[in-house]
Write a protein of this length. Structure first.
Length: 109
């Protein structure tokens, strides 16, 4: 290899180093892009949650039906002229194997 070729190759490597590994290199750009995509997904989920909360707030401010519904389901409130019946739910019986109380007989030869 000629010395001029080696010098040019060395200069090419020195010039490429900041492009790939430097402060504003491609590796940093790719990492920043990945973080940006993650943050946009988080923001999208939070925006959906905020839209739902905004709709619920608007509903609670505008009418008494939403307030009544929440008080019935969350606090168990009833109107003064109503009778409340609560029926317990039956638990499903699970089949379990119960070991026998008597030990197994021992065979003698």
């Amino acid at each position: 290899m000629r010395p001029s070729t080696a010098i040019l190759l060395g200069l090419a490597v020195v010039i490429q180093y900041p492009l790939w590994l430097g402060k504003g290199g491609w590796l940093k750009v790719w990492e920043s892009d990945r973080q940006l995509r993650q943050q946009r997904e988080v923001n999208r989920q939070l925006e959906l949650r905020n839209v739902g909360l905004e709709a619920e707030t608007r509903n609670l401010k505008s009418g008494l039906e939403a307030v009544e519904e929440r008080s019935r389901f969350e606090l168990g409130m009833v109107k003064s002229d109503e009778v409340f019946f609560q029926l317990p739910q039956r638990k499903q019986a699970t089949v379990t194997e119960v070991p026998s109380a008597a030990p197994a007989p021992i065979k003698e030869n």
